[in-house]
Design a protein around this ligand. Structure first.
Ligand code: SF4
Length: 268
């Protein structure tokens, strides 16, 4: 199954997204299966499918509302959920529809908050090259990239909203780092703003938590992030599967999508 002689190259590592860096730090075997061998995962866990479905409905609801195409209703949201199911047959429409009241409340709230903003957009793809200059999202030059769910501006502040469906209320370090990553990319694309307000919208609870970053804080984040990515690249580049280190433990292996081919997959 594992290809002999296959070595990790820079093209397997870049472009880096926040999730990809997390995977690289989590388990080298999983990273190799996913990004170097590019193997299909066995199957997606139910909560990933549900999260993607809720995300899809929410993005479509936001776009419809801000473009003023048609009034929002549960019936319309159900139509979006059905569209999602066409590409993801495992999607559970009943479970997705449990999020509809919070989706409607959120979208109507954002319509009010973003009124009069000079900049409103959803699903913004941002990418930079290794000099941290903007680059086309799918070009070979891309070093870092990320997708912002929803943004709007108020005076000197750019609001960046990230939707989550997790059960956790926690605003842990991982989430904070992810928000800084988005804010850094946004500060490069939209240098006219002085502050970046990152909001985590938990669709499950209908809650919003916010962190505000200044340009100075993002500069210090950048100074830590770039050496970290260099170290990650040094840990992988030129190595074959046998030279990599797995990180088997319950937390890593329980939801790993490559358990079926990993020598340690059955241990947890
Ligand atoms: S099963 Fe565990 S050790 Fe194996 S690839 Fe997945 S996370 Fe790594």
């Amino acid at each position: 199954m594992i290809k002999e002689g296959l070595k990790v190259e820079l093209s397997h590592l870049r472009p880096w997204s926040f999730t990809k860096v997390q995977k690289a730090k989590k388990c080298q075997y999983e990273f190799f299966f996913r990004y170097v061998e590019k193997l299909e995962p066995l199957e997606r866990a139910d909560f990933f499918v549900l999260g993607s479905g809720v995300h899809f409905v929410l993005e479509n609801a936001l776009n419809t509302a801000f473009e003023g195409k048609e009034p929002l209703s549960k019936k319309l949201l159900f139509r979006f959920a059905e569209q999602f199911k066409e590409s993801e047959p495992l999607a559970d429409l009943k479970k997705i529809s449990e999020f509809f009241p919070n989706i409607l409340k959120f979208v109507n709230g954002q319509l009010r908050r973003a009124k009069g903003s000079s900049l409103v957009a959803s699903e913004i793809e941002l990418a930079v090259d290794s000099s941290l200059k903007l680059a086309p999202y799918f070009s070979d030059k891309v070093y870092l990239r990320g997708k912002l769910d929803f943004i709007f501006s108020k005076d000197e502040t750019l609001y960046i909203v990230d939707h989550k469906t997790s059960r956790s209320w926690e605003f842990n370090n991982k989430v904070k780092t992810q928000l800084r990553w988005y804010a850094l990319l946004a500060s490069i694309k939209f240098p006219q703003f002085e502050k970046f307000a990152l909001e985590v919208h938990n669709v499950r609870y209908g809650s919003i938590k916010r962190l505000i970053f200044t340009k100075r804080e993002l500069l210090s984040f950048k100074e830590k992030l770039l050496p970290l990515i260099t170290r990650v690249e040094e840990n992988y580049i030129g190595k074959g599967f046998k030279e990599l280190q797995p990180s088997p433990c319950e937390a890593n292996c329980q939801w790993c999508e490559y358990r079926h081919i990993c020598p340690f997959g059955g241990s947890y």
